[in-house]
Design a protein around this ligand. Structure first.
Ligand code: ZN
Ligand code: FE
Length: 242
């Protein structure tokens, strides 16, 4: 039960993700921001196949490649019901379900807030999680559909995972998130973390993945005292221009 993960830029600030179960050689794409780029990455990886698409939520920057990838590879598309309003899907899953990627068991967790049907996928055995637009490095998704209370509860669920859990986020927003975090957190270790992020971005490096432990230590949304504090922080970030 080992997963290989390839992360690559798509669109303006999305990340594409290809995940391979090493034991069985089965390959999944987590979301489908750009079919052409994902097909190129399948080629570049040498993995030679795409068996599964795992959608996290319905937004077009996560589903718009579904139809073409299905047409070109015959892969199976799995995701929450809400994806149907944007893109084709073969099998609907919901929180509490599991999805097999070869020999790897992926647990499905409902994590509403960014959208109402948003799900995240996690291999407990590998301590790897694919969280779409719920949790970002030093940030979290905007509340397009859900309430602050829903998103706060979703983030609490993720924060309860083991600290070593590797978290694969769907966007590179970390520099802006770090600038916002600095407005709420004057600890020297926060400043050091932000400087490390800015240096990585200046070198053109991805700041994804992160870990649950790192996010619990620095993410201003996971550090919110309660749902009301979370709501205030999310509202402040929505209008933060820095
Ligand atoms: Zn989204
Ligand atoms: Fe997105």
């Amino acid at each position: 039960m080992t997963l290989d993960v390839r992360l690559f830029p798509c669109l303006n600030d999305n990340y594409g993700l290809l995940v391979r179960d090493v034991g069985a050689g089965v390959v999944a794409a987590i979301d489908t921001p750009d079919a052409a780029v994902i097909l190129d990455e399948v080629e570049r990886s040498g993995w030679g196949r795409l068996d599964l698409i795992l959608n996290t939520h319905w937004h077009p920057d996560h589903t718009q490649g579904n139809a073409r990838l299905k047409a070109e590879t015959g892969c199976e598309i799995v995701g929450p019901e809400e994806v149907r309003k944007a893109a084709p899907i073969d099998r609907v899953i919901a929180g509490g379900d599991t999805v097999m990627l070869g020999e790897t068991v992926l647990e499905v967790t409902h994590a509403p807030g960014h959208t109402l049907g948003h799900v995240v996928y996690r291999s407990v055995a590998d301590a790897q999680a694919f969280v779409g637009d719920v949790l970002f490095n030093l940030g979290c998704g905007r509340l397009f559909e859900g309430t602050p209370e829903q998103m706060h509860a979703s983030l609490r669920t993720l924060a309860a995972w083991p600290d070593e859990t590797v978290v694969w986020c769907a966007h590179e927003y970390t520099a802006a998130n770090a600038r916002f975090a600095l407005t709420l957190d004057d600890r020297p270790e926060m400043a050091a973390r932000a400087q490390a992020v800015f240096a990585m971005r200046a070198r053109g490096e991805a700041t994804v993945p992160t870990t649950i432990g790192a996010e619990k230590a620095f993410n201003p949304f996971l550090r919110a005292a309660d749902a009301a504090d979370f709501a205030a922080r999310r509202a402040a970030k929505d209008v933060f221009a820095g």
